[in-house]
Design a protein around this ligand. Structure first.
Ligand code: 6R9
Length: 686
């Protein structure tokens, strides 16, 4: 059984057995009294109250949170009519929302009669007041390299590229693929697309030529913007070479624009490939901004699901920008003049909303980091914090866990007194990592905002607000304004009070994805049919007596490796595409650093021999097919896979074996051949 959707009854166990000690009934017995939302009832050891200094100065305190949250769900029209004004509209909207989650008629429109330009909101409107302020503070892979790009510089760079893209024939609605390293040109390219109304589709530089080709084909991009090579941890990433390989199979692409990053020697195809520096140098800096409707597309971002190929999640302009900018301001309690650093890559949604669009719409200084946390050494993050006096720092639990291993010295060696707020995103943070982040990195001074959201949600949905929310390590705490989380059982019945279930959302918010590019039916099927009337997130979740939400991980066949979403079906297809593989099943298992690791069971075709050499070959094969982020951590040879009599693979059993929970296999009576399981247990890879 691909027991994907709605399999709450077969929910995965906690990702960190023994480590991820979510408060169980025992610790709840220490509670004083049960209370309403906002008034905490836990013992002091479980809760980190809002520091007084932060509560006094923050944009939103708890009273204000409760008031605004109530207004946002009792009168969403009025609430969003007001907050929709936080961005500049060319033609102001008069309509606030038009929403239906009915699977026969899924409709999500926000501010739909308004017009705007997203790039003008991120650039032009700041020129008069903060033209000379740094917009992008770029820190290179090499610690000796950094660059401050002011709002005026950024406006001019975006203008030149907008004109250059128009000269290449790119018009409103065309798709442009970006396959770039973390350099300012990545933000410039996003904003240039937004300025001329082209739809960008960013593909993370860690994806293979094949993955890149599939994404380019699916959205029929006409232009690719890339760099000669990327630079990460001192190593070169062959971006242009990967593009050349991908384009063997992408007839829609007419031009490739290449940024010179390393100066590495890369072949240029005459009539197709152009140097970024050459085509932008000859263009003027002013480029008229296209007037876009609120519901015109802004970007496509591919993400993995439980079945099939990655989906092109589509976000539009008005609602997305309102939501990205509002959450950036409130969740990080962002103040004018602060230095804000999100360590994500622009290849993921976090980079879209919280490196580029949210911060720039708010006129912030956003730090963009090209490198990795471990280069040149394990103190790199903290050296950057010290060097640039970072005030707000937002990263992923996997990075925290990796750095935790290096001890406290690399952190303590650097001055972190500028830090005010810390953030976490991408996967559940285990309390041990949370406490270390809080105590060591933040010197027990800085609130941690554990922000839960998804590519599909466009922005943060469940999160503490620094001045309002007492924190519990491991909990994403409470919903943001306008967000109505609902927990349902396997049949879709809404559960109330302290409980555990499948996490859904019962009403829309402005940042919600509008469709899957080119396949609206798949959008409806994936998110709106499992539980009627709700948006289904694919995550499991617990709600405690204080109304706090604790995300427990995916309930479908998606695994989260170092904060990166991977569909197990994709990895299986890649394995099966190898000539020597007959069958493969992939599951997640708890991994100390990555959160989840990739565990693959592989059945070879008859006559092929299991060997260490072949194991390495298969790992390399998956890296080539999908990219390094999909490399299996474990390959176990499986003479047979556990199947039902009707031939369906029982993944529940495979997960238990991978997790080494072999005592708890559950019901195995439907197995066609029980001896298969005994063999797998006996040959389990540690
Ligand atoms: C923003 C992003 C989404 C999936 C999501 C969930 C997991 C993200 C989390 C979290 C627990 C958090 N996730 N943030 N789980 N606590 N604070 O990561 O988007 O790449 O689409 O992944 O990541 O499982 O469903 P995306």
């Amino acid at each position: 059984e691909r027991d994907g959707k709605g399999c709450f009854s077969e929910r995965l166990p906690p990702k960190f057995p023994g480590l991820f000690q979510r408060p169980g009934p025992e610790s709840r017995a220490t509670l004083k009294t049960l209370n309403t939302l906002g008034e905490l009832s836990m013992s002091e050891t479980d809760v980190f109250p809002v520091p007084q200094a932060i509560a006094d100065s923050a944009l939103i305190n708890n009273e204000r949170y409760l008031e605004m949250y109530k207004a946002s769900v009792t009168d969403p029209e009025g609430f969003w009519a007001e907050h929709g004004k936080r961005i500049d509209w060319i033609k102001p909207f008069t309509q606030v929302r038009d929403v239906s989650f009915d699977p026969h008629d899924v409709r999500i429109r926000w501010f739909h009669d308004g017009t705007l330009n997203v790039a003008a909101n991120c650039l032009d409107r700041h020129l008069a007041t903060r033209g000379d302020q740094t917009a992008i503070l770029w820190e290179g892979d090499d610690p000796a390299e950094s660059q401050a790009v002011t709002y005026r510089d950024l406006y001019e760079r975006v203008g030149r590229l907008s004109n250059a893209l128009r000269a290449l024939g790119v018009k409103k609605g065309d798709r442009v693929c970006l396959y770039l390293p973390m350099i300012p040109e990545a933000a410039v390219a996003m904003l240039a697309c937004a300025r001329i109304g082209a739809i960008h589709s960013i593909v993370f530089g860690g994806f293979s030529p094949d993955s890149l080709a599939n994404r380019i084909q699916d959205s029929e991009c006409t232009v690719v913007i890339t760099a000669d090579e990327g630079l990460r941890g001192g190593r070169r990433v062959p971006l242009k070479t990967n593009v050349d390989k991908a384009l063997a199979d992408c007839p829609s692409v007419k031009s490739v624009v290449v940024v010179k990053r390393t100066g590495g020697d890369v072949p240029m195809t005459a009539g197709r490939d152009l140097w970024y520096e050459e085509i932008t140098a000859v263009q003027p800096v002013d480029a008229p901004a296209e007037e876009m409707e609120a519901e015109d597309p802004l970007f496509i971002l591919y993400t993995s699901g439980s079945t099939g190929k990655p989906k092109g999640v589509l976000h539009t302009s008005g609602g997305y920008l309102v939501y990205a900018s509002m959450t950036h301001e409130y969740v990080f309690d962002y103040r004018d003049g602060e230095i804000y650093w999100c360590t994500a890559d622009v290849g993921w949604v976090t980079g879209h909303s919280y490196i580029v669009y949210g911060p720039l719409a708010n006129g912030a200084t956003t730090l963009m980091f090209e490198g990795i946390p471990s280069y040149p050494d394990a103190s790199r993050f903290w050296r950057v914090v010290e060097k640039h006096k970072v005030n707000i720092f937002y990263t992923a639990p996997t990075a925290i866990r990796a750095l935790m291993r290096e001890g406290e010295e690399p952190v303590k060696a650097c001055d972190r007194s500028s830090l005010r707020i810390l953030g976490s995103v991408g996967e559940p943070i285990n309390p041990e990592a949370w406490i270390w982040y809080h105590r060591v990195v933040g010197d027990s001074r800085c609130p941690i905002v554990d922000t839960w959201w998804q590519t599909e949600t466009g922005g943060i949905l469940i999160t503490p607000l620094p001045g309002a929310t007492a924190l519990k390590p491991g909990s994403a705490t409470r919903p943001f304004f306008g967000v109505q989380p609902v927990l349902v059982d396997g049949e879709g019945n809404e559960l109330s009070g302290a409980t555990e279930g499948n996490l859904c959302v019962s009403d829309s918010w402005p940042g919600q994805a509008r469709t899957v590019y080119g396949d609206h039916e798949r959008f409806v099927q994936t998110y709106f049919t499992t539980y009627k009337g709700y948006y289904f997130t694919g995550d499991g979740c617990r709600r405690d007596a204080d109304g706090y939400y604790w995300i427990t991980g995916r309930v479908d066949d998606v695994i989260n490796v170092s904060g990166h979403r991977m569909g197990t079906a994709e990895i299986e297809s890649a394995l099966v595409a190898h000539a020597k593989v007959a069958e493969a099943a992939v599951v997640g298992y708890p991994h100390d650093i990555k959160g989840q690791g990739i565990y693959a069971y592989v059945t070879l075709v008859a006559g092929e021999k299991e060997s260490e050499e072949l194991r390495k070959e298969l790992v390399a094969w998956v890296r080539k097919e999908i990219g390094p982020i999909a490399s299996p951590d474990v390959i176990q040879w499986a003479p047979g896979l556990p199947k039902t009599r009707s031939g369906k693979i029982m993944r529940r059993i495979l997960r238990k074996i991978a997790e080494n929970e072999v005592g708890a296999l559950g019901d195995t009576s439907t197995l066609a051949d029980p001896s298969v399981v005994e063999d797998l247990i006996a040959n389990r890879k540690a």
